[in-house]
Each structure stands twice: as structure tokens, then as C-alpha cells.
Design a binder for this molecule. Structure first.
Ligand code: ADP
Ligand code: MG
Length: 477
């Protein structure tokens, strides 16, 4: 039988506020355990939560960027459950009335096709603390620094039909929240993670199959691997006459498999109810418009503009608009050169390659945008050839100074002096009488040989156009 995969993702994006969603405690990553949890986060009696205005602006920004409805009125609810890392006994979330709902985002797949994925809702909630099971000699430690950290939970429609589509969607949301500056997107630190709901159905059937939910996937690769494994598992069960049970599962990257965590029978009854400590969240049109006016250019808008303004291909524009820092770098370089494609090629080629090799983010690049621009100026004014420029770039990367300093110190200036070059060419011709004879007898291919010899004799510094011109003249005799 042919099977179709159905996937919906619940993405948790940690909002980039300095303080928590309902308290003034700091949210900085990596602090000593329990040094960033105040009485509100600890759930002491008598304390009251106060909503952080920053998270509201961030939720509105997300809603606007995804063509969602920003609810004029939404409600915080208590999700009740017991766990050692949740001292209050409930998590404050939004349930029936989320702040953002009914939106969409367009994703692009590797084959160039596009697809619109529905966003069911996005709601504000607080994160729980963390149980630490190592280093405590048979006991567990509890770190409540995370408790009260603001999250935006973004729930997609079950519109995704393959692991690849799920990854493309997750990347699109990841790119968007970073563009909006509402989430740092750091997946190692848990700032961006997702639960994947997965089911399969026979091709052609309308009803969805029973789903399993894979919890807490914190890399694009794990999302892809977990889905591929889970789809196989469900198909195997169904094809051998069994039934998929609705349950929560965990992905184990070491074994590359998913394992049951809890089944529906044991599932919690969260007894949601509106939190009496918090007023409904009311958002007026003026507040929405204020956020709209402050929205940055969005990734797809930037991509379109790069194509129109710089004449870039769809692919190049996509790479160069992948992150704001990359786009800003490129635009600084492009603004200073006549040949925009030259700027694009260098940022996507030498620079991206060097960053990749060194495992560096563009913000930490040893050659900044102005540095690269200085180098490209020397290509454009023919001080150096494109080939020599690569050597100069490497030296700049290694800290030997700016382009002019490297060119000077290493004596890399292109030879554009006709007289000097003619001398070199005459020597080359004189040194290769056999080739000269063959060339003059009609073996045109040998022209390349002479170009190579001249380049070799000048250490690659001869101006290529000039070499061509002079060689033609002198070879003709
Ligand atoms: P819950 O809150 O219990 O996790 P929801 O109905 O809110 O359940 O759905 C959560 C996610 O599961 C959504 O992203 C939704 O698109 C997805 N989903 C729902 N049903 C299915 C299904 N049969 N197969 C795959 N994904 C599904
Ligand atoms: Mg769920």
C-alpha cells in the first residue's frame, strides 16, 4: 500500500527579553543554578505575576509577519500538573484564547517548489525549570533559572507531508523569529525546539491517521531523523495489521529511534482554567499599528528586493538574505562596488567558505564588510586580478592587515606596465622556440601555453587582458 505522511509541528521559541514573562528575574543563559529565580518563579504564596510588555510586542510582531489574526482579547490559563521542576503546580499558558491565530507562512523546498503552511495559533507561556540527573549521586537536582522564561508556542496545521517539508517549515520559522529579533534561535541552548506530531494514512484517504507526538527536538537534523524513523515504525505496524496508539514519544539520537514516553491513557488532565491572577490580555489597534510600523524588512521581502535591486538570481538572493547579519554584510559590500555580482560571489564564495571552515558566525568574521570592500576595490581598479585577490583575502583573514597593506607588503600589484610586460613576453617566446614554430604553423591551442608561461614568469601578477593583447601581437612576429 502507498502511505502518505501527515505532520504538524509545535515550535517553542524562547522570546528574547531580558527579564521573565511574569517577573523581573533575569533570563540570561548559563547562570549558576537557582541564581535567577525570584519568589514569583518559585511560586511563593502571596506573590502576583505581572505581564512583561515586551513579550506582547513580540507576539504581535510574529502575528503580523505571518498574516495571522492578533486577538483583541486573549486569556492566560493555568495548566495544572505536578512535577518537581514546577513548584507552583501549574504552568501559565494560553488555552482557548491565544494571542495569535489563523496565519500562514510560505516555505521553499530544495527543488524550488513553494508551499503555504497554515499556522493554527501562537500563544504565550512560561517555561518550567529543569531537573538535573547527573552529578547528584542517585538524587536529582532542580534548577529553576528557566522557570518563567517567556515562550511563544507556534502550532502549525497538519499541512506538512514529509520530513523535508517539516524541516523547511521549521527553518522558515527559525529564520523569521531571528529576523524579527524576538528569539535568538540558539538550538543548543534550547531557545528554539519543537514537538513533531506524525501520522500516516493510505494515499487517497481523507481522514487522518492516529498520531504520535515526538517531544523536544532541538536540531533540524533530529527533526528529520525522528520523522523518518517514526513514519517507518507506523507503516510497519499498520502493514502488519496493528494499530498506532496515540502517545508521546522521545527521540534518541544515539540509537536513532523513538521510544514511548507516555500514552494517552496515562495522559495528564491539565484542568485548564483562566488564571485569576492575570487580567485578560487586551491589544488595541494602535498597539498593533505601532508594532507594524517598527517591523523590520522580512526575509522574503529582502530576497525579492535583492533580486530587483542587485540583479541577483533567486538562489543567490535566498542565500544572501538567509540571516540579517549576512544580508547587512552583503549590502555594505555591494553598495561600494559597481559589479554587484562580484560582491555576491565573494560573500557567498571565499567569505562563506572561510567562515564555514573556521566554524565562525559572520559577526565574528576576521574580515569585516569594509575590509572585503577594500579588497574588491582593488579588483575593480585592476590593481590585482581576481586570482591574486584570493591570496590577499587569505592574508587579510590571517591578520596581515587590510587589502592595500597586504598588496604592498607582498608586492602583489598587477603588472600593467606595457613595456615591462613586453620584455617578459619576449623572454618567454625566446625560451620556447618549438612552441613558437608550432603556433605559427597553425596550432592555435598553444596560445594558452604562452599565457600560462607569462603568468608563471610574473608570479600571476600580470594583468590578464594585457597579456592576451600583447601576446597576440608579439607571437604574430
Ligand atoms: P495537542 O494540544 O493535544 O498536542 P493539537 O490538536 O493542538 O493537540 O495538535 C497539536 C499538533 O498536532 C498540531 O500541530 C496539529 O497540526 C498536529 N496534528 C493534529 N492531528 C494530527 C494528525 N492526525 N497527524 C499529524 N499531526 C496532527
Ligand atoms: Mg501537543
Amino acid at each position: 500500500m502507498e502511505w502518505e505522511t501527515v505532520i504538524g509541528l509545535e515550535i517553542h521559541a524562547q522570546l528574547a527579553t531580558r527579564s521573565k514573562i511574569f517577573s523581573g528575574a533575569a533570563t540570561a543563559y548559563g547562570a549558576a543554578p537557582n541564581s535567577q529565580a525570584c519568589l514569583v518563579d518559585l511560586g511563593y504564596p502571596g506573590v502576583l505575576p505581572v505581564l512583561n510588555a515586551g513579550v506582547v510586542r513580540m507576539a504581535i510582531a510574529f502575528g503580523l509577519a505571518t498574516e495571522s489574526t492578533v486577538a483583541a482579547r486573549s486569556v492566560f490559563a493555568r495548566k495544572n500538573y505536578f512535577y518537581p521542576d514546577l513548584p507552583k503546580g501549574y504552568q501559565i499558558s494560553q488555552y482557548e484564547l491565544p494571542v495569535v491565530h489563523d496565519g500562514r507562512i510560505e516555505i521553499r523546498l530544495d527543488d524550488g517548489s513553494r508551499k503555504t503552511v497554515g499556522i493554527t495559533r501562537a500563544h504565550l507561556e512560561e517555561d518550567a525549570g529543569k531537573s538535573l540527573h547527573e552529578d547528584f549521586h542517585g538524587q536529582s537536582g532542580i534548577d529553576l533559572n528557566r522557570a518563567g522564561t517567556p515562550l511563544l508556542e507556534i502550532v502549525s496545521e497538519p499541512d506538512l507531508r514529509s520530513a523535508k517539508e517539516a524541516v523547511a517549515y521549521m527553518k522558515a520559522i527559525h529564520q523569521l523569529v531571528r529576523y524579527l529579533g524576538i528569539c535568538d534561535g540558539n538550538m543548543q541552548e534550547g531557545s528554539f525546539r519543537c514537538d513533531a506530531n506524525i501520522s500516516v494514512r493510505p494515499v487517497g484517504r481523507h481522514e487522518f491517521g492516529t498520531r504520535a507526538e515526538i517531544k523536544n527536538l532541538n536540531s533540524f537534523r533530529f527533526v528529520e531523523r525522528a520523522i523518518l524513523f517514526e513514519v517507518e515504525r507506523q507503516i510497519d505496524i499498520l502493514e502488519s495489521g496493528g494499530k498506532v496508539v496515540q502517545e508521546t514519544r522521545l527521540y534518541d539520537p544515539d540509537k536513532d529511534e523513538t521510544r514511548p514516553m507516555r500514552s494517552k491513557e496515562e495522559a495528564n488532565d491539565y484542568r485548564y482554567f483562566p488564571d485569576p491572577d492575570l487580567l485578560p490580555l487586551e491589544i488595541g489597534p494602535e498597539q498593533v499599528e505601532a508594532v507594524r510600523a517598527a517591523l523590520p524588512e522580512l526575509p522574503w521581502q529582502k530576497r525579492d528586493r535583492f533580486m530587483a535591486e542587485y540583479g541577483l538570481s533567486d538562489y543567490d538572493a535566498g542565500v544572501l538574505s538567509s540571516a540579517r547579519a549576512v544580508a547587512d554584510y552583503f549590502e555594505t559590500v555591494a553598495a561600494g562596488v559597481a559589479d554587484k555580482k562580484l560582491a555576491a560571489n565573494w560573500v557567498m564564495g571565499e567569505l562563506a567558505g572561510a567562515l564555514n571552515k573556521a566554524g565562525l558566525d559572520i559577526a565574528a568574521s576576521p574580515v569585516d564588510a569594509h575590509g572585503l570592500l577594500g579588497l574588491l576595490h582593488r579588483i575593480e581598479d585592476q590593481t590585482i586580478s581576481g586570482k591574486i585577490a584570493k591570496e590577499v583575502f587569505e592574508a587579510m583573514w590571517a591578520g596581515e592587515g587590510d587589502a592595500d597593506a597586504v598588496i604592498e607588503a607582498r608586492g602583489l600589484k598587477q603588472i600593467t606596465d606595457t613595456g615591462a610586460l613586453e620584455d617578459v613576453i619576449r623572454e618567454v617566446i625566446a625560451g620556447n622556440p618549438n612552441q613558437l614554430e608550432q603556433y605559427r604553423a597553425g596550432k592555435d591551442k598553444l596560445f594558452g601555453f604562452f599565457v600560462g608561461q607569462v603568468m608563471k614568469a610574473t608570479g600571476g601578477k600580470a594583468n590578464p587582458a594585457l597579456v592576451n593583447e600583447l601576446l597576440k601581437k608579439l607571437l604574430a612576429g
